[in-house]
Write a protein that binds this ligand. Structure first.
Ligand SMILES: [Zn+2]
Length: 510
């Protein structure tokens, strides 16, 4: 009865209805008497005009109107029919052209909006992130305009710069492009955003992107790896909660996730026992000379009355609470500690299907020498670690899909549906049934996934960038456009602001 159920069952119902209609259409004899007997049948299903010609051939025209349908009925020749079908195509093209003109106008307006902000430099309608020399691709400009527009509509244009720089979507786009600029290949800055949008990839708050790939399971039973990595990332991305407050237990052969608040139950106890002497009324003084460990009779001289209850052991009735541990089965460990320890677990071992040589573990970087990767726009047959968002069925064979974080700086190739990089961080195994849907599901918020990866990526970033440019330049005889040291300093300083922000957030998170 969930929303998901309603979605899928309606979809099936619609499919079935359309299929029935089509069947009837082809089976039943002519419903409309057509003057010239130009076709066997014509029908308008939703906005699709279906014409069955005398020879049985079927013409489908999407985006047709009731008027098109009437015109076809009244047509005098097959040429008339064809021209109706094509004219609606012309109309479509005109509508598309008008939409494009409106879009370009809106874009120019939007660029003016960006030009007023200190984060952007606009030169001859070309937009740059301040301090960088690579122009923003049009699709990314449009996205920035959209975000700026949204934030403008939320309040006064005053302090716009500050407001935008607190907006998660804005920050993720800005950082994403900075990481792109640090890639020695200018194509990445130019094309990666379009490729990611086209293929439904998701960008994280620190500017990385989330992708999928397949791997081969080496160990027989990675159930705990699945459970830990899914629980850890979904607690963050779906529930927006801190994984520190969860514990994993094994009960009746099943793993379960328990929040701190469910580890104990609070019991109320009512008592009139004196809390000082636990109701005994007093105690034996063990320092007393006659005190004997073995005989109470021998120690009688050493008895001291409790002052709190005057030796009665009883006080006025009072209530207090005790924490009683709840039995959840065998405690496996805290969720965060288990996740961080994943690379050390023997059952967390995967490899790639193609070479069977990579040591792939959830929570540990997988990489290959960047010198061995070449830039190319091919989907397949090129060196590099492959990734995808939507085309999981052909990103390396294997029995297991994994979700990976990728730094745009480390992308080495962009194809049509697949990309290649020289390093990625596998963060979670993905259940088969979720492999095609998880990156489309807005309930799975990727903005929250990348904090510790970001900290690692910022370590000695300047050196890493310089090395990347040197390696890439060594592969070519011509000179690649380089990054000026001033530009590099500006980008690294800006990305470095993440560190303070992340540590602030980790403390305040619930
Ligand atoms: Zn007492």
């Amino acid at each position: 009865m969930s929303l998901e159920w309603f979605k899928s069952s309606t979809e099936r119902a619609i499919e079935k209805v359309v299929a029935n209609k089509l069947e009837q259409l082809i089976d039943t004899p002519v419903e409309h008497t057509c003057k010239a007997k130009l076709f066997l049948n014509v029908k308008l299903v939703n906005d699709t005009l279906i014409i069955v010609l005398l020879n049985g051939e079927i013409i489908n025209k999407a985006g047709a109107t009731e008027q098109d349908f009437q015109d076809v009925l009244n047509a005098r020749s097959i040429e008339d029919v064809m021209s109706i079908v094509t004219s609606s195509k012309v109309k479509e093209e005109r509508i598309a052209h008008e939409a494009e003109v409106r879009r370009v106008k809106a874009l120019q307006q939007g660029i003016k909006l960006l030009a007023d902000l200190p984060d952007f430099d606009v030169v001859d309608n070309v937009v740059y992130l301040t301090g960088t020399s690579r122009s923003l691709p049009q699709l990314l400009v449009e996205k920035f305009v959209e975000v700026a527009d949204r934030v403008y509509s939320e309040g006064t244009p005053k302090y716009m710069h500050e407001k935008l720089n607190r907006d998660e979507e804005y920050l993720s786009l800005k950082r994403f492009f900075m990481w792109c600029c640090l890639n020695p290949r200018a194509e990445v800055a130019n094309e990666l955003y379009g490729f990611l949008t086209e293929n439904s990839f998701r960008i994280t708050k620190q500017g990385f992107f989330v992708a999928l790939r397949n791997v081969v399971t080496l160990h027989g039973s990675p159930e705990l790896v699945h459970f830990i990595s899914n629980a850890y990332n979904k607690v963050k991305a779906v529930w927006k909660k801190n994984p520190d407050h969860y514990t994993i237990f094994l009960e009746n052969g099943e793993y379960k996730l328990v929040h701190d608040s469910a580890l104990v139950t609070i019991h109320k106890v009512t008592s009139d026992d004196c809390p000082e002497c636990n109701g005994a009324g007093g105690w034996y003084n063990e320092d007393c000379e006659e005190y004997s460990e073995y005989s109470e009779d021998d120690s009688e001289e050493c008895w001291e009355d409790c002052e709190n209850c005057d030796g009665t052991g009883v006080v006025e009735e009072y209530t207090y609470t005790v924490d009683v541990p709840v039995d959840h089965g065998q405690r496996i460990g805290g969720l965060t500690e288990l996740y961080l320890d994943l690379p050390n677990r023997a059952e967390n071992r995967f490899t790639d299907d193609w070479t069977k040589t990579f040591d792939i573990r959830i929570g540990q970087l997988t990489s290959m020498p960047k010198e061995d990767c070449n830039w190319s726009t091919q989907d397949c047959m090129a060196a590099g670690l492959h990734f995808t968002a939507d085309q999981i069925h052909y990103v390396g064979c294997g029995d297991q899909s994994v979700l990976v974080l990728i730094n745009p700086m480390k992308v080495v190739g962009i194809g049509t549906h697949k990309g290649r990089c020289y390093e990625y961080l596998p963060i979670m195994t993905v259940p088969r049934e979720e492999a095609t849907g998880i990156l489309h599901d807005l309930a799975f918020d990727t903005l929250a996934l990348d904090e510790s990866y970001a900290i690692k990526e910022l370590e000695s970033l300047t050196e890493k960038v310089q090395e990347g440019f040197t390696v890439e330049a060594s592969k070519h005889e011509f000179n690649l456009p380089t990054l000026s040291s001033k530009e590099l300093r500006a980008i690294v300083a800006s990305l470095d602001e993440m560190k303070a922000e992340i540590s602030k957030r980790i403390v305040t998170i619930d």
